[in-house]
Design a protein around this ligand. Structure first.
Ligand code: SAH
Length: 510
């Protein structure tokens, strides 16, 4: 401690206790996301679900401490000790917990040992399921016409087996009552409140897996709470809401009108590209799991590319062709090392489709040609009609580039084509993603935006039954690749992300 009683923690790490929010990935706070991105170690548990995993920082050590089939949950003391151990190693540790870390999250207990050992920590509150699950079901937890407050209560039994709740006092508050962890004690809660004097016809709701694509809302009243849970096969995690506000769900429900409500989309694009598609799908109501099976590894300092950039700057290329947004990014990164965009002044630009065009626009450039259909063969055929004898064409792109483009271009006769590999495509599986289990779900679709994406997926998850994959594909070539592996295929009408999202919607409607 220094004079101001502030703990000076030189050389030691630090712990951030972070609320992950209730399930829907984008409900994590901005601060939560920032500290997560910066973590060396992330300690997380069962309520931190699939989609959240794509926010995990690359290279960080991820430690799961929740329940998993066959394994026991790590004991609380072991978790506390783990946080301390990692902090003492000098690591930036994020302890990520579902909802808000202090609401029935044992967050307080996890900090005790840190305090005793002088470890710095911060708390990043989270959006709690106690309020978010009702909100996503159209239930305001307070309402001036109905109640003066809201009570959040745990339905978890104490170690002696009792609930220890003064139901009479609770009933008398007139508050909206939100029970967490109450599914296995729902009968005790119901009977307790009834004998505490609450009316049997008080509206009630069970919100299961709130905010996720599997959210279910069961509306009932207090007297039928247990029966509704049984007949509806309601399961944890769920919140139970009791009070007149629960009666508003029917009027204020809003999620059902989102076009992709209840749909889960597995986005397989490379990380750098997936966020646009992911956010579009989320806006339409889908739950998105980003599983970037493909990565891009730029080929730095390639002599061929350096030569090409020199030739370009000398004004000796007539056309430059971009076949993917990654191709644009990698090319311009390399270009800027020795020249700048003025090198392109004398050269016309062809792009394969809208995404690539948009990437180009970020650099202040329009394209001169875009094919009528966004695939390599059409691009080659239509561009070759614009070429003249002696023209020179630069194609900076993936080392496994599509050959149809070159075939078509070379049909135009006496032209020089410099097809230069600027990046390699690498395939990798996300360890946390159980592909065969996740994709067996009837509401879960895999989205593919390139044939190499399909190949990436298959080589990342070689052992699963690929015919169980419901694949929504961006174009004929991507679809043909998916069909090779027996996937069930839907093809978007146009090769655009918007059209892909539309196709997903149709596919999900059966
Ligand atoms: N700290 C968490 C709560 C942990 S206790 C929070 O603030 O949300 C675990 C309980 O939270 C579950 O038994 C369930 O009652 C509730 N819960 C968590 N996620 C939920 C979800 N997506 N939908 C409904 N209830 C949820």
């Amino acid at each position: 401690m220094n004079d101001n009683n502030v703990c000076v923690n030189k050389g030691k790490g630090k712990v951030w206790l972070v609320g992950a929010g209730p399930g829907e990935v984008s409900l994590i706070t901005l601060k939560g996301r920032e500290v997560l991105a910066d973590a060396d170690v992330v300690v997380y548990d069962a309520l931190v679900r699939g989609g959240m995993m794509s926010l995990m920082p690359e290279g960080a050590e991820l430690i799961y401490v929740g329940k998993r089939a066959g394994n026991h949950t790590m004991k609380q003391e072991e978790i506390n000790a783990l946080l301390l151990e990692k902090a003492l190693e000098g690591k930036k540790v994020v302890r990520l917990k579902g909802g808000d870390p202090f609401l029935f999250g044992r967050g307080g207990e996890e900090l005790e040992l840190l305090v005793q050992n002088g470890i710095d920590f911060e708390i990043v509150p989270g959006v709690t399921s106690a309020f978010a699950a009702p909100a996503y079901a159209g239930i305001p937890v307070t309402h001036r016409d109905f109640c003066r407050g809201v009570s959040v209560i745990t339905g978890h039994r104490r170690s002696n087996g009792a609930l220890d709740i003064n139901f009479k006092a609770l009933a008398e508050t007139g508050n909206t009552l939100v029970f967490l962890m109450g599914m296995s004690t729902i009968d005790i809660i119901m009977n307790g409140l009834l004998s505490g004097g609450m009316d049997g016809d008080t509206p009630a709701a069970i919100v299961e897996k709130g905010t996720t694509s599997s959210q279910r809302v069961l509306i009932t009243d207090l007297a039928h709470l247990e029966e509704t849970a049984k007949t509806g096969h309601a399961e944890a995690p769920a919140v139970i809401v009791i009070g007149n506000t629960a009666g508003l769900a029917e009027r204020l429900k809003w999620r059902d009108s989102l076009p992709l409500n209840g749909v889960r989309a597995v986005v397989t694009r490379p990380k750098e590209l997936s966020s646009g598609l992911a956010s579009m799908l989320r806006k339409k109501g889908a739950e998105v799991i980003e599983v970037p099976v493909i990565g891009i590894e730029p080929i730095y300092d390639s002599d061929r590319l350096k030569d090409a950039i020199r030739i370009l700057a000398e004004g000796r290329y007539n056309w430059i062709v971009f076949t993917s947004p990654s191709g644009v990014r990698v090319f311009f990164d390399e270009l800027m090392k020795t020249a700048d965009v003025r090198a392109l002044a004398g050269c016309r630009i062809a792009v394969i489709g809208k995404g690539t065009e948009a990437e180009l626009a970020k650099r202040g450039l329009h394209s001169d040609m875009i094919p009528s259909k966004y695939d390599g063969r059409t691009l080659g055929a239509e561009l070759s009609r614009l070429l003249r004898t002696g023209d020179r064409v630069l194609i900076p792109r993936a080392s496994i580039g599509n050959k149809a483009l070159n075939e078509e271009l070379s049909k135009s006769g006496d032209v020089i084509i410099d097809d230069i590999a600027t990046y390699d495509t690498v395939y990798h599986a996300a360890e946390w993603f159980d592909a065969s289990k996740e994709l067996a779900d009837p509401k879960t679709f895999a989205l593919f935006t390139s044939a190499s994406g399909v190949r990436g997926f298959v080589s990342a998850y070689p052992d699963m039954d690929h015919s169980a994959v419901k694949a929504v594909c961006i174009g004929a070539m991507t679809a043909a690749e998916a069909e090779k592996y027996g996937m069930r295929v839907w093809i978007s009408e146009e090769a655009t992300l918007t059209s892909l999202a539309d196709r997903l919607m149709q596919a999900s409607k059966g």
